[in-house]
Design a protein around this ligand. Structure first.
Ligand code: PEP
Ligand code: MN
Length: 339
């Protein structure tokens, strides 16, 4: 349930509402909007009567939230959340671009990637150090060494870094080295991991599971928010369909739908979405045209030598071309807001 306090509600009236609600063993979550305070109520709210609550002093409106996700819902938090990643703001309406290789492979490769990403105008660097691979015989990532290299690349370029966390065991080590913790599609419903991410003071990039509905995806975000971490960025990366000419089917429908349902910023990963480098550019443009808050794109200095996902990785020149075209299409937009 949400309780919208009137514009001129006194702090004592807000406190009185919170006390009454918590007395019924329900949890409250205060959202400070531009005009007024919204009190989110979580728990078994069936026993509350919104009409009665509307008669309490200072209350303007009380209504049930019709979705199973509460903290992730726009009803709870009408303004889009802006996630600040080391000064790069995601969710302001100005698209943010994250670029870099699928995996961190060696020092030269990640440093060169970082320099090329920066040169093209990207705002953050991506690179997997712990890789979820379909085969146990495939390269699993440089792990701890990869994290150090990512930190070095950040030092060298000033770009914040994004990297995947696969399980709670490595979470704290990864969190020490990176600026955004990526949850991969395969782990979207690893509830144990999501709960741990709720306790961490680092933004989380939550990718959509390859067979997850929008509701399941938002419920996964809810786990992180409910744990106390409000810095969640969603990422549409394609879902699995019957189509075989493309790696996945990029669900552009999800962008306006999620943006209506939720206040969380939404990025799009056209690289995994389509899986073919030469088709990434149109899908990247389409994602921004559909209202995405930014993109995460795989770029490798030498895609033909990439250990993972070379087929879908842009060359630095392709990234530069994409960024230039995006700047032409969204003139005021392509400079991300920084603090
Ligand atoms: C990745 O970003 O390299 C990755 C493995 O993505 P996803 O989890 O979306 O497959
Ligand atoms: Mn990849």
């Amino acid at each position: 349930m949400i309780i919208v306090m009137s514009k001129d509600a006194a702090p004592e009236q807000v406190a009185a509402v919170v006390t009454k609600i918590e007395y019924s063993e329900l949890k409250t979550h205060l959202v400070y909007g531009e005009d007024n305070i919204v009190i989110g109520v979580i728990g078994q709210t069936e026993r509350l009567n919104p009409e009665q609550i509307e008669a309490w002093p200072g209350v303007q409106r009380a209504a049930r939230v019709k979705h199973p996700f509460k903290l992730a819902s726009r009803d709870f938090h009408p303004a889009t959340t802006v996630v600040n990643v080391g000064g790069v703001k995601v969710g302001t309406g100005k698209p943010v671009v994250i670029a870099g290789p699928c995996s961190v492979e060696n020092r030269n490769q990640i440093l060169e990637s970082a320099r090329e990403a920066k040169k093209a105008g990207a705002h953050m660097l991506r690179g997997g150090a712990f890789k979820p691979r379909s085969s146990p015989y495939s390269f699993q990532g440089l792990e701890g060494e990869g994290l150090k290299l990512l930190a070095e690349a950040r030092e060298a370029t000033g770009l914040p870094v994004v990297s995947e966390v696969m399980d709670p065991v490595n979470l704290h080590t990864i969190a020490q080295h990176v600026d955004v913790l990526q949850v991969g599609a395969r782990n979207m419903q690893n509830f144990h991991l999501l709960k741990e991410l709720g306790k961490v003071d680092k933004p989380v990039l939550l990718k959509r599971g390859m067979a997850a509905t929008i509701e399941e995806w938002l419920m996964s975000a809810e786990y992180i928010l409910a744990g106390g971490n409000s810095n969640v960025i969603l990422c549409e990366r394609g879902i699995r369909t019957f189509e075989t000419y493309t790696r996945n089917t990029l669900d552009l429908n999800a962008i306006p739908v999620v943006k209506e349902l939720s206040h969380l910023p939404v990025l799009v990963d056209p690289s995994h979405g389509i899986g073919v480098a030469r088709h990434v550019k149109p899908m990247a443009k389409a994602a921004l045209a559909a209202g995405a808050d930014g993109l995460i794109i795989e770029m490798h200095p030498h895609p033909e030598e990439a250990i993972s996902d070379g087929k879908q990785s842009l060359t630095p020149a392709m990234l530069m071309e994409l960024m230039n075209e995006l700047a032409g299409m969204f003139p005021s937009a392509m400079v991300s807001e920084t603090v």
